[in-house]
Design a protein around this ligand. Structure first.
Ligand code: GLP
Length: 244
């Protein structure tokens, strides 16, 4: 769907998440949310915080799994996705810290594969993702599934694309400071979510959105895999949709 602007689109996504949380709560179950970082979902989180503060939306029965984290990365670093999530959402709602899951950027190389496997199992044990939020990188990555990622890939360590590191360079004060690797849920992990929402705002995303939505399905642009799923919705502002 195309919205006139990022605000109205983000409100709509937040309302959908709130609906899932409340529906699960009524059944006495936990909602399982797959969350994303980056500038794109920030207004969704702001609206969720507003719903919490002003309309009594509780996160007590919410379990979250974040898509990705830089590797290596200390959780208390300014650029970590742990810091991002705390600042933009978790510090402002009543979620139980034990229900928050973000890939661990501190693991030794010989521990990381077991961690990735356990992350997959934890998602499954929680009942699977009710909804997965996605942004899109200019390489066409979802999470950090860069070009070359397989459609059935699972949570794993990946090497970041040069363009991705360039796009992240401002936050790190130079590309040379951006980690070369990340831990990311796989395309296959994302695909198992019962609902997937990919959001994109502004003309800087117009070109990659055109490729993702209309381009040939290929590992060269992992977001094109989303064309294969019936559970995906692209939520765009007019600028991001301008080349469709
Ligand atoms: C990072 C994240 C992605 C995100 C992308 C786009 O690479 N790992 O999950 O979609 O950035 O970022 P932004 O939303 O800031 O454009």
């Amino acid at each position: 769907s195309v919205y006139p602007d990022q605000n109205s689109a983000s409100k709509n996504v937040a309302n959908r998440i709130a609906e899932i949380i409340r529906a699960k709560q009524e059944k006495g179950e936990k909602a399982v949310l797959g969350l994303a970082t980056g500038a794109t979902p920030v207004k969704v989180y702001q609206e969720l915080i507003r719903l919490h503060k002003e309309e009594g939306l509780s996160f007590k029965n919410v379990i979250t799994f974040n898509l990705d984290e830089y590797y290596p990365m200390q959780p208390d670093a300014d650029q970590s996705y742990v810091t991002f999530m705390n600042k933009n959402l978790f510090d402002h709602v009543d979620i139980d810290a034990a229900n928050v899951n973000i890939p661990d950027g501190t693991l030794a190389p010989d521990q990381v594969n077991a961690f990735c496997e356990a992350y997959e199992q934890k998602i499954t044990a929680a009942g699977g993702l009710d909804i997965q939020l996605l942004g899109i990188g200019r390489t066409g990555h979802i999470g950090f599934n860069e070009p070359g990622s397989a459609p059935n890939s699972g949570t794993r360590v990946v090497t970041l694309d040069d363009l991705t590191r360039r796009d992240a360079s401002r936050a790190f004060g130079g590309k040379e400071n951006v980690p070369t690797k990340a831990i990311t849920m796989g395309v296959g992990t994302i695909f198992k979510a019962r609902e997937i929402i990919l959001m994109a705002w502004s003309e800087t995303k117009a070109e990659i959105i055109k490729k993702a939505v209309e381009g040939e399905i290929s590992s060269e642009i992992p977001a094109t895999y989303l064309q294969l799923s019936d559970n995906v919705e692209f939520i765009l502002d007019e600028a991001a949709a301008s080349l469709l």
